[in-house]
Each structure stands twice: as structure tokens, then as C-alpha cells.
Design a protein around this ligand. Structure first.
Ligand SMILES: Cc1cc2nc3c(=O)[nH]c(=O)nc-3n(C[C@H](O)[C@H](O)[C@H](O)COP(=O)(O)OP(=O)(O)OC[C@H]3O[C@@H](n4cnc5c(N)ncnc54)[C@H](O)[C@@H]3O)c2cc1C
Length: 411
């Protein structure tokens, strides 16, 4: 039996894995990361590639390593400090290539790939004696073989769980793709419509337009708004989180609304907006504001009808409309039902604020811990971001270390 299995090998899963190895007495053969991709962080790499992201929105201290200034030292040691980009009124931000090269350095340096099992977890249930959990997995080996992995503790680090928000008007029009669901920016097109009003839409529209071979229309339902980071940086501070979030009951609507209001969702950093505006001035990019009412594919030409009555037409339509809500994810539903875990407003997991253990409906604590956007009710608006990984690991690592090798009470 493993001491801790981590479901998800993205930024959070990879980070938590290191913290468990560094901060607890767990040995390497007692920790496992289960993720269906061929390598750790692959899901993040693919999304970044699909929207042609070239720099991080977050600062150089937010990365996959456990040393806050590790990425900066890495850049200095390799003569790459020019990839730490100045940002007015904000610390420097790394280029994507520096961020990923440092991530590879961390993963290789700690041989984390050897702890990765390439499979997806379909369900989690209790062991027959109640002394741990069983992860039902399907291997990503093409044969789809299944395996049951036994573990005393488990950390859910599934990010948004790979489900993307697709507006109702796009239903049934197969040729409309979501940017993170099969879109390849290298596929040439003469005209593209990018639907969305946040950083991903702005990034993709700008990069496609800068190639000077295609006309791009960015279709946003609202005026583009600027914000440097995903929320006020004070939300990174644990005291601030305790004072402003934890005084509301765990799982409550109040917590949900505090997080929602604090997030700068659907905003664009000023530097990107300036690039976008010069692409508009230069001609290849135009912006249309309005809600889409309906979409049609007419002989390979996409037509979007706007609520205002206007019409847009192009070779292809790409959605940059974000993720489907993870609190309502079918996998999360299955796990919560099977393990009798408590849900709050809109399905939000009810976590112990001190340990990030998901509370059971009978009031007891489970050995299932949560990090990433699924832990937003405890970690706050940066839960799903890179900064949230450190905040979450600070809590759950201690809790897993404390439970290390203690006999678990049978249910
Ligand atoms: C293009 C882009 C740019 C971004 N830029 C920034 C930025 O600059 N700064 C910042 O802080 N944040 C940024 N973000 C947010 C970013 O996604 C998060 O910071 C980070 O990826 C979240 O990490 P995660 O591990 O929670 O999720 P992910 O990186 O999505 O990883 C989750 C992993 O879990 C796996 N998984 C899901 N379900 C299962 C299952 N049932 N079984 C096994 N494995 C499973 C998935 O396959 C995936 O590999 C950006 C996001 C995108 C898409």
C-alpha cells in the first residue's frame, strides 16, 4: 500500500509530490502520482501551446520548485535573466520557455518521472478494512487495462478535470472547437473568429493575427478589462485568507461569492492588451462586442449570428471560453458519493481549513486531501493558480506527515 497517491500530475500534483518527499518521512516508494499524460505537466504544456502563450501572468517566485527563488537562480546561472520580463508595478514574470525549462530541471533533478503512473483514476473507494483508499484506474497504454491502487492517503490534484465550457449556441456544430480541446494553432486558415473576453482569447487572437497570414476577429460579450494578476495579491497571504474567507462557514455560499468576486476572471494584463491593440491598429485583428445567438456551418464557412442582429463569418471558430465548473465534475460527484464526503454550495467540497482533508458527512475527516481549484473554498481565489499549490501544500503536507504510519481507525 502507498502512503500517499496523488491524482493528477499537473503543477499542483508535481509540487505536492516534492513537498511530501522533502517535508515528511515518506520514502520514494511510498508516494505515487497518477496522471494519464505521457509526462508530468503535459496538460499545462498543451494548453499553453494551444493558445500560443509565451509568458506567464504570475511572477518568478511562482513555479514548480520548492525554493521560491529557484527559478531566478536557474535563470542567472544560465544567462537567461532577460527572460524575466519587467512588468510595471509588479514583480518580473518568466517567459513560458524559462518556466518550463526550470520545471523540467526540477522534475529531472528529483527524478519525479519515476513516481508517475500513466493512468486515469475513475473512482476512489475505501479499502475493505477501512484502513485506506483504493483508486480504480485505467491505464493510458492504449489497451485500457485497469488496476486498483491501494493507498493510506490520497491528494486530489485534478485541476479543472479536463472539462471545458462550451456555450449552448455551439452545441451540435462539430466544427467549432475549444482552444484546449483539439485546436491546433498551426493549422492554416484565412479567417478565424476567437470567442471569449479573457487572457486566453486575447492571447490567441493576438498571436494568430501577428502571423500576418490570417484575419482574426475577437468576439467578446463585454469590453476588454485589464488586470495584472488573477486576484489582488493580498489573497496569497494566509492571514488575509483566514481573516476574509475562513470567518464564513466552510462550504457556504458566502465563501463561494467571496472567491468569485475576488477573482479577476475574464481580464487581460495591460501588456497583452497593448499588443492586441497594435494588432488592431495594424489591420489583421478586429474586435466585435456582443453575445452570440446561434452558429451555423454553411459549406465549411462558419456563420455566427449575434444577439444585436449582426453577423460574423469565417473559416473557423475557436472557443476560448474557459473551463466547466469543477465542483460539478462527474468524477468529483462519484468520489464524494462513494466516500460520503460533504458538499457545500454548488457542490463545493467542504474541507478542514487546517489540513485540506475533505470532511465526511458524519463530521469525521477522510484521508482524501484536496489541492487546486477544487480547494478554492479554503485556499481562496489563487487556489487554482501556481501560488495556490504552495499554500495548499503547507497545510496538507503537515497533515499527511502527522498521519504517517499511524494506524487508521476502521470506519
Ligand atoms: C494557458 C494557461 C496559462 C496559465 N497561466 C498561469 C500563470 O501564469 N500563472 C498561474 O498561476 N496560473 C496560470 N494558469 C492557471 C494554471 O492552469 C494553473 O496554475 C495550473 O495549471 C493548475 O495546476 P493543476 O495541477 O491544478 O491543474 P492542471 O495543470 O490542469 O493538472 C491537472 C492534472 O490532473 C490530471 N487529472 C485530471 N483528472 C484526473 C483523473 N481522474 N485521474 C488522473 N489524473 C487526472 C489532468 O490530466 C492534469 O494532468 C494558466 C492556465 C492556462 C490554461
Amino acid at each position: 500500500m502507498f502512503e500517499c497517491a496523488i491524482v493528477g500530475g499537473g503543477i499542483h500534483g508535481t509540487y505536492v509530490c516534492q513537498r511530501l518527499l522533502e517535508d515528511t518521512t515518506l520514502e520514494r516508494d511510498e508516494v505515487l502520482v497518477v496522471d494519464p499524460h505521457e509526462r508530468l505537466l503535459e496538460s499545462f504544456r498543451r494548453k499553453a501551446r494551444a493558445c500560443e502563450m509565451d509568458e506567464l501572468r504570475s511572477t518568478f517566485v511562482h513555479h514548480v520548485g520548492t525554493e521560491p527563488f529557484g527559478l531566478e537562480s536557474f535563470a542567472e546561472g544560465r544567462g537567461r535573466t532577460d527572460e524575466l520580463l519587467p512588468t510595471p508595478g509588479y514583480p518580473q514574470r518568466p517567459t513560458l520557455s524559462l518556466f518550463l525549462d526550470y520545471a523540467d530541471y526540477v522534475i529531472e533533478g528529483n527524478d519525479l518521472d519515476s513516481l508517475h503512473r500513466q493512468a486515469s483514476v475513475d473512482a476512489i473507494c475505501r479499502t475493505e478494512h477501512g484502513d485506506g483508499l483504493v483508486l480504480e484506474t485505467t491505464a493510458a497504454d492504449g489497451a485500457g487495462s485497469s488496476e486498483a491502487i491501494r493507498t493510506r492517503n490520497c491528494v486530489l490534484a485534478i485541476g479543472h478535470g479536463g472539462r471545458y465550457r462550451k456555450p449552448a449556441w455551439a452545441d451540435g456544430v462539430d466544427s467549432i472547437t475549444h482552444v484546449w480541446d483539439g485546436f491546433d494553432p498551426e493549422t492554416p486558415a484565412e479567417e478565424t473568429i476567437v470567442v471569449g473576453g479573457g487572457i486566453t482569447a486575447a492571447q490567441l487572437a493576438t498571436c494568430l493575427a501577428e502571423r500576418e497570414r490570417e484575419a482574426v476577429t475577437l468576439c467578446s460579450r463585454h469590453e476588454l478589462e485589464t488586470a495584472t494578476s488573477e486576484a489582488d495579491p493580498r489573497w496569497i497571504n494566509w492571514n488575509h485568507i483566514e481573516n476574509h474567507l475562513h470567518r464564513q462557514p466552510a462550504g457556504s455560499q458566502d465563501r463561494y461569492e467571496i472567491v468569485r468576486t475576488a477573482r479577476n476572471d475574464a481580464t487581460v494584463p495591460q501588456t497583452l492588451l497593448e499588443r492586441l491593440e497594435s494588432a488592431v491598429d495594424d489591420g489583421p485583428l478586429s474586435i466585435r462586442y456582443g453575445d452570440v445567438r446561434s452558429a451555423r456551418d454553411v459549406d465549411g464557412q462558419m456563420r455566427l449570428l449575434l444577439e444585436t442582429g449582426g453577423c460574423l463569418s469565417a473559416d473557423r471558430v475557436v472557443l476560448a471560453t474557459g473551463f466547466a465548473p469543477v465542483f460539478e465534475h462527474p468524477f468529483v460527484d462519484r468520489v464524494a458519493d462513494e466516500l460520503d464526503l460533504e458538499r457545500g454550495y454548488r457542490g463545493m467540497p467542504v474541507l478542514d481549513d487546517e489540513t485540506l482533508a475533505w470532511s465526511r458527512t458524519d463530521g469525521g475527516e477522510s484521508s482524501l486531501f484536496v489541492t487546486g481549484v477544487l480547494a478554492a473554498g479554503t485556499i481562496g481565489p489563487f487556489a487554482g493558480n501556481i501560488a495556490g499549490a504552495r499554500r495548499a501544500a503547507d497545510r496538507l503536507t503537515d497533515a499527511i506527515a502527522a498521519s504517517d504510519r499511524l494506524p487508521l481507525a476502521a470506519d
